[in-house]
Design a protein around this ligand. Structure first.
Ligand code: FMN
Length: 354
């Protein structure tokens, strides 16, 4: 095992990460990037690590898709050495495929396998995968066993609070997780039925954590560094997971780390941050896809800044690559010390796979 210094914090890189090492990383930096399909790809994960996030996870990957090793599926799992500790999230209903897929994740050099038990999407649920397992804990246990049977690296799971408001069962799910040697459970504080409506129930997360025999990561609706540190303290969770919050504020992880350490956060200009994202995207995608991604992220990052609506319209109307990128860089360069107003009341990405 060797230690590697990054700008954000020290991390361990192990041949095969042990549970203890993974949990040690979590203790050092309890701000974890939530898996988000179509977003947490290789360049974004590297970018977020650079921006101070402690642990990253891929978006959900179909175990059955992996069986047939489609190039598209394999691309979702790619990572680079700057990302450790990095987990690959799997889902599926076929036990044999899950065992093989988990082995493959380990062979690729990822540090842990994460299982998705939160996906509310009918296409996944109707096959008995994702959040459908919350209704059938025997099945949930068997899915965990299938994935765990072929690997030595840690296995983690991500759940919702239950299938619906009448059947919330995180206590029971956590008991199964503890019995099966799961390393941590991340809880998105909504039921499957709630989808993305209402608010994540942090009181429930706190109650579950209070009785849990496995480490718990709380998740849902954290949009500021202050909330991240506050949720960590009041829920007594071992860590918090942040998803949509880092899509409007790419500095949220660094700010949360600084706040937790009671030090001043280094105020890197947004223009520089956007340039770094562009570098990461260019290293992975061709020019066309980089531009598509840059438009998307620039739109999100502009939220709450003066002129954001006109800026968004403009960058989606510009066709020429360099002109569009110049406009994006120009917009953020002009912001200087301008404060970002709170837009958390606006509906934002109200759908996803967990
Ligand atoms: C666009 C999008 C895609 C998502 N994809 C996944 C996924 O692949 N796997 C997963 O477990 N959760 C997924 N989620 C759920 C998030 O990980 C997280 O649980 C949820 O967004 C609540 O956290 P937040 O309020 O911090 O965003 C997704 C969410 C969004 C918005």
């Amino acid at each position: 095992m060797k230690a590697d210094d990054t700008a954000a914090q020290e991390i361990y890189i192990a041949e095969l990460m042990t549970e203890q090492e993974l949990l040690e990383n979590l203790r050092r930096n309890p701000f974890v990037l939530a898996p988000m399909a179509g977003i947490t790809d290789r360049p974004f994960r590297s970018f977020m690590r650079e921006m101070g996030c402690g642990i990253v996870v891929s978006e959900l990957v179909s175990a059955t898709g992996l069986k047939f090793s489609s190039a598209k599926t394999l691309k979702l799992m790619e990572f680079d050495s700057t990302q450790h500790p990095v987990g690959i999230q799997l889902f599926g209903e076929n036990f044999e495929h899950l065992t093989d897929a988990a082995k493959m994740v380990e062979q690729m050099g990822a540090d842990f396998v994460d299982l998705n038990f939160g996906c509310p999407v009918p296409k996944v649920v109707n096959k008995g995968a994702g959040s459908a397992c919350l209704k059938d804990l025997t099945r949930l246990r068997d899915v965990i066993r299938a994935a765990k049977s072929g690997i030595q690296i840690p296995l983690t799971i991500k759940i919702r609070t239950g299938w619906d408001a009448h059947t919330r069962n995180s206590h029971e799910v956590l008991q199964v997780a503890a019995d099966e040697g799961v390393t941590w459970v991340a809880i998105h504080g909504r039921t499957r039925a709630a989808a993305y409506t209402g608010l994540a129930d942090w009181d429930y997360i706190r109650e579950v954590k209070a009785q849990a025999k496995v480490p718990v990561l709380g998740n849902g609706d954290i949009v500021t560094a202050r909330q991240a540190v506050g949720r960590l303290q009041t829920s007594a969770c071992d860590a918090v997971m942040i998803g949509r919050g880092c899509l409007k504020n790419p500095r949220i992880f660094r700010e949360a780390l600084a706040l937790r350490a009671e030090v001043q956060s280094e105020n890197v200009p947004l223009e520089k941050i956007v340039s770094r994202l562009c570098d990461h995207l260019e290293g992975f995608y061709d020019e066309r896809l980089t531009l598509i991604q840059m438009r998307k992220f620039a739109s999100w990052y502009s939220s709450g800044f003066p002129g954001a609506a006109a800026f968004r319209k403009e960058i989606f109307q510009l066709h020429e690559r360099s002109e569009t990128l110049d406009r994006i860089h120009g917009f953020f360069a002009e912001l200087n010390e301008v404060a970002q107003s709170d837009t958390s009341h606006e509906a934002f990405l109200m759908g996803g796979h967990g």
